[in-house]
Each structure stands twice: as C-alpha cells, then as structure tokens.
Design a protein around this ligand. Structure first.
Ligand code: AMP
Ligand code: MG
Length: 319
C-alpha cells in the first residue's frame, strides 16, 4: 500500500510518500517564514501556490505515477484554518480525481507516529515541542492523553518571540542556543501549574530585562534553564504517573542539545530510555501524515468527503 501524505497546518507545506512497511519514497516540502511572523492567510496563499509543483516533485522523486497511490492522507487539524482549508481542498481534489480513499490525520498524533517509526520506542511519554505546540502526551488504555501542556504560547513560539523582541533574527532556537553557551544564570519566572506550564510571563520578563541592559548571553542561558526545566519536570511527572519507562522527544525544539541533555539525565536517574526523533522528521513534513494515513487505513479509518471538514482545534485526546 502506498500513501501520499499532505501536511499543511501552519508554515510548511509538505508532501511525502511512504509504503506500508515504512519505506519512504519521497519527502518534499516548502516552508513560509516571513521575517515578521506568519500571517495565516499569506501562509495559505504560499501553500496554494506551491501545491502543484510539490506534488509533481514528490511523484518524480518516488518514480511513480499518480495511479500507483492507494490512499490520500492529509493533516485535517489542528492548525491555522486558512492553511488547513487549502490542504484539505487539495487532498479532496486528489482523492476524487484518482478515486482513492481520503484519510484525515491528526497532526499531533502524526508527529508521534513518525517518531515511533524512526526510533526503537514502543510506548513512550512523548514531549512534542514545536513552534505551535507544547504537550506531554502518552497512551493509556488504548487512547492518547495529554498529561501536560502550555497554558498560553508554545515553547518554540516563546523562543522566537524572545529572539524577535531582542532583534536576534528568526528562527530564534539555534541563535539562543548558541548565545546560551556563554551565559550565566539569572533567576527568572518558573511557571508550572499542576501538570501544565506557561511561557508568556517568562518572555515578558526576558524582554524587560533586555531593555534594562541584561546581557543576551545570560538571558539566553537562563531562559533555556528555566523553560526546559519546566518541560523536564512535567515529563518526569507523566512518567511517574503512568509508570512508563520511555521518553520520546519530537518537534522542531527537539534540535536543542541542552533540552536533550536535561531529559536524558532525568531518564537515566529514573531508569527510563530516552529517544529523540531524527531532526529530518521532527519538524512538520508530509511523510508523517502519509505514515499516519497508513496506520489509520489499517484500522479501517478512512474519511468520507462529507466528513473531511477541517478541524482547527482537534486535540490528540479528542477521540
Ligand atoms: P516546528 O514548528 O516543529 O517546525 O519547529 C520550529 C521551532 O523550533 C521554532 O520555534 C524554532 O525556533 C525552534 N527551534 C529550532 N531549532 C532550535 C534549537 N536548536 N533550540 C530551540 N528551539 C529550536
Ligand atoms: Mg508540528
């Protein structure tokens, strides 16, 4: 079975083709990163313009004809509505033209599915940390549950906001990680409430201190220490609560070495295994959607055109 997957929930339009054994035939993408941040309508426009070319590229790389594809998988949500609408329309059109089943996929679960395929991990507590999402997720009794999540902005968004407000450029993650290497510790707000965490107060404090003349190196180091300790604390509590013994990190922020180090120390102390999704598949991509499409199809879950409306607020723990 060959699945063509279309990802288009936010900044990236990606098309991937994978078979039911997990062999990747193509993985093409185009990302929209304007310097002042994403405007949903502009990102959607980018996706609409790029879709035909990416489809051609994906088929060419895979060396297949459109009729060889068995299912059309697409990211049905969560995400930015204008972007989701373009992706869904494109997927519906392909499904109707090729007369192949449509499979709507949850973007967050898809990150987990591909991360599991890429690692030896079986039943992990997943830390999904990206520009738009920050969640601690795990499966219990056959259902994904969100054990903890951000109460306001995502960690990646917080990092990018810090960088933008301090004129460091975009994306902020790699810049802040580099500056942090030469920084010293300053105490900043640390906000964990129950199992949830919050970043907007931390960013506000960083910006205020920057204006008062604090060194960017110290702010970067201290931001990382606080923000990542919050994630590590909640991940550890989810491990303890579920008695699982694996942690799996994915999403663009998984690139950060300091976060990886904190998590692996925590895992070592608890006797748990630590896994990280390879970075090529940790950010948004079409392959992950294609793979989740295969897993859904194997469970008999396809999506009728009339049920294929976008689901901008679809949670991993909704169904
Ligand atoms: P995604 O939304 O999954 O594509 O991830 C993008 C986010 O990852 C952006 O907010 C980046 O700033 C962040 N990011 C990328 N590299 C790093 C890094 N080395 N450390 C921290 N965050 C990073
Ligand atoms: Mg994502």
């Amino acid at each position: 079975m060959l699945s063509l997957g279309i990802e288009g929930t936010a900044h990236t339009l990606g098309i991937g083709i994978i078979d039911d054994k997990g062999k990747i035939l193509s993985d093409v993408k185009s990302s929209f990163f304007p310097p002042k941040g994403i405007h949903p309508r502009e990102a959607a426009e980018h996706h609409a313009q790029m879709a035909p070319k990416l489809l051609k590229d994906a088929l060419k790389t895979a060396k297949i004809n459109p009729k060889d594809i068995d299912i059309i998988s697409f990211s049905q949500g969560p995400g930015l509505p204008p972007c989701l609408r373009i992706t869904a329309t494109f997927a519906r059109a392909l499904s109707l033209k090729l007369k192949k089943p449509l499979v709507g996929v949850n973007h967050c679960i898809s990150h987990i599915d591909i991360a599991k395929l890429m690692t030896e991990s079986c039943d992990p507590i997943v830390l999904y940390v990206s520009g738009g999402n920050s969640q601690v997720i795990g499966k219990t009794c056959g259902k994904y549950r969100v054990f903890g999540e951000t109460l306001d902005i995502a960690i990646g968004n917080a990092i990018d906001k810090f960088a933008r407000e301090c004129n460091l450029g975009f994306p902020g993650g790699p810049i802040i990680e580099k500056l942090a290497k030469k920084g010293k510790y300053i105490e900043l707000p640390y906000t964990v409430k129950g199992m949830d965490f919050s970043y907007s107060g931390l960013v506000t404090d960083i910006v205020r201190r920057h204006r008062q003349g604090a060194k960017l190196e110290d702010l970067s180091f201290s931001f990382q220490e606080h923000a990542f300790a919050m994630l590590t604390e909640v991940t550890e509590r989810a491990l303890a609560h579920t008695e699982k013994n694996e942690v799996l990190i994915t999403g663009g922020v998984a690139a950060n070495k300091r976060l990886g180090k904190m998590l692996s120390i925590m895992c070592k102390e608890r006797g748990a295994k630590y896994f990280a999704c390879p970075m090529q598949y940790a950010g948004d991509n079409g392959v992950m959607i294609a793979w989740s499409g295969i897993l859904n199809k194997k469970k008999g879950k396809t999506t009728k055109i009339e049920d294929s409306r976008i689901r901008p607020k679809w949670r991993a723990d909704d169904d």
